[in-house]
Ligand binder design. Sequence first.
Ligand SMILES: O=C[C@H](O)[C@H](O)COP(=O)(O)O
Ligand SMILES: C=C(OP(=O)(O)O)C(=O)O
Length: 343
Amino acid sequence: MVIVMTPSATESDIDAVVAHVNTHEGQAFVSRGVTRTIIGVVGSEAVLESIDASGLPGVADTKRITAPYKLVSADNHTKRTTIRVGGVPIGPDTFTLIAGPCAVETPEQTLESAQLAKRAGATLLRGGAYKPRSSPYAFQGLALDGLRILAEVREVTGLPVVTEVLDVKDIDDVAEYADMLQIGTRNMQNFGLLQAVGSIGKPVMIKRGLSATYEEWLMAAEYVAQRGNLDIVLCERGIRSYEPSIRNMFDVSAVPMMQRMSHLPIIVDPSHAAGRRDLVVPLARAGIAAGADGVMVDVHPHPEVALVDGAQALTGESLDELAKVVATLPALLGRTSAAHRAG
Ligand SMILES: O=C[C@H](O)[C@H](O)COP(=O)(O)O
Ligand SMILES: C=C(OP(=O)(O)O)C(=O)O
């Protein structure tokens, strides 16, 4: 970490900062320049976490340069990044709705879901062909057949496809059909998978791990970036909590925090956070209001017979309600809707 002093900082301001660092068991190295003084601070992660010098007299800025994630860090980025998925932008100036079925079940169900999604304002289609299920006896997805269905539905609707890859052995297949590859919550720290998707040159969405800290999440993104791929979208999807009436605890702070810690786009998935239809739109509203660059939701034409996560799928009135929110709220916050732009 470095602490940058203002040009008018006095010797006693500098001494006070050094004393502050020392009382937190850090080591301070004072470097005096022509116009200002910079204090380098060395210490363990915990020590650096505990030192907050930002409010001390004469301090202009504090910068952590010891972050274990560097390429995805906000440091040295004056503007947050916009990435493109099949021509659709995701970034700070636009708002992107990604919607579709949790799982690809049949060609008809996928097409109907995509049409519902598009009508609600989605410009990207989500849908899982490889499903990460808690039970090995639960529906695991249609695999390659599911990918082919997604590609057919893309042809008909024009919606680029976001779909999950679970295993390194499937990356080539998924990359052949997908416009963006999704790393699910359960694989956020599957480092071999992260490195492998980082090498294929297609956008990657990284969902926050079930109990991951912000730093762990960004280190996961760093694994992808380190392989040369900076086209990464972060997705907050709720974390494990002790509250049984909701599936996961939607962490709205993750949105502004990711925007402070990283230059990458951040979207939210209120469906997997809530696990129940009646909470999806309120959580989507909260995510958008907090500054999310997009929202990803599950939709299904007949949730009562869905093979995965029917309880959280939007349909009918709940989907209409979401459509109203995405048509109005992002614009109020100065965002334009992310229309498809080729190239
Ligand atoms: O996207 C859906 C996931 O595969 C699903 O949420 C997994 O959860 P479950 O297998 O515990 O139902
Ligand atoms: C499995 C999914 O989500 P998560 O990894 O967040 O559970 C999904 O989006 O299909």
